[in-house]
Design a protein around this ligand. Structure first.
Ligand SMILES: Cc1ncc(COP(=O)(O)O)c(C=O)c1O
Length: 431
């Protein structure tokens, strides 16, 4: 097929050849990208406020990452476990240097779901216990173990069962939905659910881990009350349960700190990382302290591609760039600006019911007549895309717009995107 084929022709070929399972947020056919811009085969230049679902935090084609990858491509791609290679060790050292101090060992994987699978196995192996507690609205991936934790949309599970036994779900502290008074009420509610679970369903001494997103992503960009993570830490410590933080989406500067757990001063026992770790190179990691990671004896867990040398070169460059350029601080500053602008729209856009976020992980929840405004969010995204801005939705009802532009985006481009978003919101809520 000629490279210059039209977008429509590419989409037809896609429909023939590629599994229909992929849910696509747009019908753009992208042939190149730079910074916050996607360039399509039919000549469109679209601002990217989705970052390939929270992956390209440094923007597309960041020069330092591109250079590191080019350099490594000519040197060494792959050894797997046939040998050691320096890039994997350098990537491990770079990662450990930015992690909470108690997390000092790394297991590299290829995807977030695999990191989650590893965390589940490690938690069981380290505690000798079977059960795992996860949260309604949580998203942890689509492989069987991860899917058994995922509870953000029933469609992900339909026809796939039976899933892994021993998984229990309790509600996440989604204050906007569940709470009538102060934010702390909702944390009490979650604690009560946990205690009820322990007294009725699974004794705490059978629980290996609680796995939690420190800011819930796919479930609606929900920022929990400050008391939530310390409460989980305390419950885990009391009962010898491991606390697993899934920072696949919230990690690497997105929330205004390198990791979202840093906002809470809680150190988890295991962390799952992916997405922005390689800024688009497929690499992920499960990290833990020596004591916990040591529960895996040699050969008990493994991977062929995890820790691939080219992907590890990207990791080293990503971490060096994020640290040198103070990317988390930038996310915090830009995020405050986005929140201020979006909160301003609330004064006269009634359907914009909640604006919430941490750093540049920001959710706009829409309601109409008290109900989730799923169709409105679809219309806003379509309107914005026609004007040159790609937006992603999220939330258990799909009624939340998530704003996750690159953390390197110039202020002028950020404002240009927000101008488009504001116009789209005003037009569609007036319609
Ligand atoms: C919090 C979280 N965990 C795990 C995953 C799964 O990652 P992957 O799609 O790389 O398997 C995702 C993906 O969106 C995620 O947001």
């Amino acid at each position: 097929m000629p490279a210059a084929a039209s977008a429509a022709t590419w989409r037809e070929r896609d429909a023939e050849l590629i599994a229909a399972a992929y849910h696509r947020y747009s019908d753009l056919v992208v042939e190149s990208a730079q910074g916050a811009h996607l360039h399509t085969v039919d000549g469109r230049d679209v601002l990217d406020f989705g970052c390939g679902i929270g992956v390209t935090n440094l923007g597309h084609g960041h020069p330092a990452v591109v250079a590191a990858v080019h350099e490594q491509v000519d040197r060494l791609w792959h050894t797997s476990v046939t040998a050691h290679h320096p890039k994997m060790i350098e990537a491990g050292a770079a990662l450990v240097s930015i992690l909470p101090p108690s997390l000092d060992q790394v297991f590299f994987t290829n995807s977030g779901a695999e990191a989650v699978e590893g965390a589940m196995k490690l938690a069981r192996r380290a505690t000798g216990r079977s059960d795992i507690i996860a949260f309604v609205g949580g998203f942890h991936g689509r492989t069987y173990g991860a899917l058994s934790l995922t509870a953000s949309k029933a469609a992900y599970r339909r026809g796939m069962g039976p899933l892994l036994p021993g998984i229990h779900h309790i509600r996440y502290p989604y204050c906007f939905r569940y709470c009538s008074h102060t934010a702390d009420d909702v944390c009490d509610l979650v604690e009560r659910e946990l205690q009820l679970l322990f007294s009725t369903t699974t004794a705490p001494e059978t629980v290996a881990a609680i796995i939690v997103e420190p800011v819930q992503g796919e479930g609606g960009y929900i920022v929990p009350p400050a008391t939530f993570m310390p409460m989980l830490r305390q419950v885990c410590d009391e009962h010898g349960i491991l606390l697993v933080a899934d920072e696949v989406q919230s990690g690497f500067g997105r929330t205004g700190k390198m990791f979202a757990v840093e906002h809470t001063r809680v150190e988890p026992d295991i962390m799952c990382l992916a997405k922005a770790l390689g800024n688009g190179m497929p690499i992920a990691a499960m990290v833990a302290g020596h004591r916990v990671m040591g529960a895996f004896r040699e050969g008990e867990h493994g991977t062929t591609y995890g820790g691939n040398a080219v992907a590890c070169a990207a990791v080293v460059a990503v971490i060096e760039t994020m640290t040198r350029d103070r990317i988390p601080e930038r996310a915090e500053r830009l995020g405050r600006h986005v929140m201020e602008r979006a909160r301003g729209w609330q004064t006269d856009v009634q359907a914009l019911a909640d604006v919430r976020g941490l750093g540049m992980m920001i959710g706009l929840e829409f309601l109409q007549a008290g109900a989730p405004a799923t169709r409105l969010v679809e219309r806003i995204a379509t309107n914005a895309l026609a004007r040159g801005l790609l937006l992603l939705s999220c939330g258990i009802d799909g009624n939340v717009i998530r704003l996750i532009p690159p953390l390197t985006i110039p202020e002028s481009e950020l404002d240009a995107g927000l101008d488009i978003l504001e116009t789209a919101i005003r037009e569609e809520t007036a319609a």
